[in-house]
Design a binder for this molecule. Structure first.
Ligand code: HEC
Ligand code: HEC
Length: 294
């Protein structure tokens, strides 16, 4: 893993400064689009890693308590991907969770977090997606039983559980905190995995970042609130920043499972300032008792 750490560091140096505070960016910057694509985990979910499928061409199985969803093709193929989409189609999908034909997406697609991204960032992200190789691979139908399979039910779900973005900076907090909050909540969507869900599959905001016994793909996800015992209270800021860069934990272990993907394709490629800002945000959270780590 030492070798891997070194490779990640080189990659991090190449990408350093790619993601600046949400306010200081340029419109549709391709390097920002690439950084957002990595940090948002788009390739992680939209690539059939197990079946060695082509990048972003979909087909990854996502097991949930409601059934198994298969991610769609988001390459710029005009027929099977999103090649025919306008900027407005893309922004609507990410901001409102609504498809170009008006149907509602299931929240297994974390539009519930991406809704917070700014228009400029969404345009940069789309510009990056359109530089990917178009792949003519057909989408696989979800394997989700009735009644959860009914898309129109998502309309009610959104009324109950969905707060539409974009992110609004909190003027009472520092610029660094706001940068960290934006990255953690809108882009890297830590809360989608690190927060437990209610029976409707919606994030339980009262237990924000308190961990989940039944996270994405049915795996347990640790508590990352500043709780001294059972959370991140014993980690130093440096240890946290370094974990987000290399995956190495304070006791010399390495991040596994889904977190390894989040780091390798995402937070490792952000700048040190970005990782530092995420940690500033994490430290400001309320310590909440949650599922213990094993
Ligand atoms: C946790 C897994 C996951 C992540 C992370 C994820 N997606 Fe998705 N995405 C999905 C699933 C599943 C769907 C299909 C939802 C449905 O059918 O209702 C989807 C749907 C979409 C769609 C609509 C495609 C269509 O054909 O209608 C777009 C566009 C999209 N995602 C883009 C992105 C981008 C860009 C990112 C990164 C910022 C991203 N997704 C990250 C799982 C994910
Ligand atoms: C796709 C799901 C997912 C996302 C998104 C995600 N995590 Fe994780 N995270 C996990 C899982 C699963 C683990 C457990 C990893 C392991 O077993 O090694 C973990 C572990 C961690 C740990 C180690 C905690 C410990 O006690 O060992 C930290 C710190 C962490 N995540 C922070 C974050 C932050 C900060 C973000 C957002 C910037 C984030 N994670 C986004 C799934 C996720």
């Amino acid at each position: 893993m030492g070798m891997k750490g070194a490779v990640l560091c080189v990659a991090a140096a190449l990408y350093a400064a790619a993601v600046q505070p949400a306010s200081a960016q340029e419109t549709a910057s391709p390097s920002r689009g690439a950084a957002l694509y990595g940090a948002g985990g788009c390739a992680n979910c939209h690539t059939d890693v197990r079946g060695k499928g082509p990048e972003a061409a979909g087909g990854r199985a996502l097991k949930t308590p409601f059934g198994t969803f298969f991610s769609p093709n988001i390459t710029p193929d005009p027929q099977h991907g999103i090649g025919g989409w306008s900027d407005a189609d893309f922004i609507r999908a990410m901001r409102e969770g609504t498809a170009p034909d008006g149907s509602h997406y299931f929240p297994v697609f974390p539009f519930t977090s991406f809704t917070l991204m700014t228009d400029d960032d969404l345009k940069a992200l789309k510009a990056h997606l359109f530089t990917l190789k178009p792949v003519a691979r057909e989408n696989r139908a979800h394997d989700v039983p009735f009644p959860f399979s009914m898309r129109w039910l998502q309309f009610g779900w959104k009324l109950l559980f969905f707060d539409e973005g974009p992110f609004r900076a909190d003027p009472k907090q520092s610029a660094e905190w706001n940068q960290g909050a934006y990255l953690a909540t809108a882009v890297v969507h830590c809360g989608e995995c690190h927060t437990p869900r209610n029976v409707f599959g919606a994030i339980d905001r009262d237990r924000w970042f308190a961990g989940s016994t039944d996270g994405a793909e049915g795996e347990p996800v640790p508590n990352i609130t500043p709780l001294p015992d059972g959370g991140l209270g014993k980690w130093t800021d440096e240890q946290l920043v370094s974990y987000l860069a290399t995956g190495e934990t304070p006791d010399g272990d390495f991040a596994g499972s889904l977190m390894a993907e989040v780091i390798e394709k995402g937070t490792a490629l952000l700048s040190d300032a970005d990782r530092q800002a995420i940690v500033v945000y994490l430290r400001s959270l309320k310590p909440i008792r949650g599922p213990r780590r094993d």
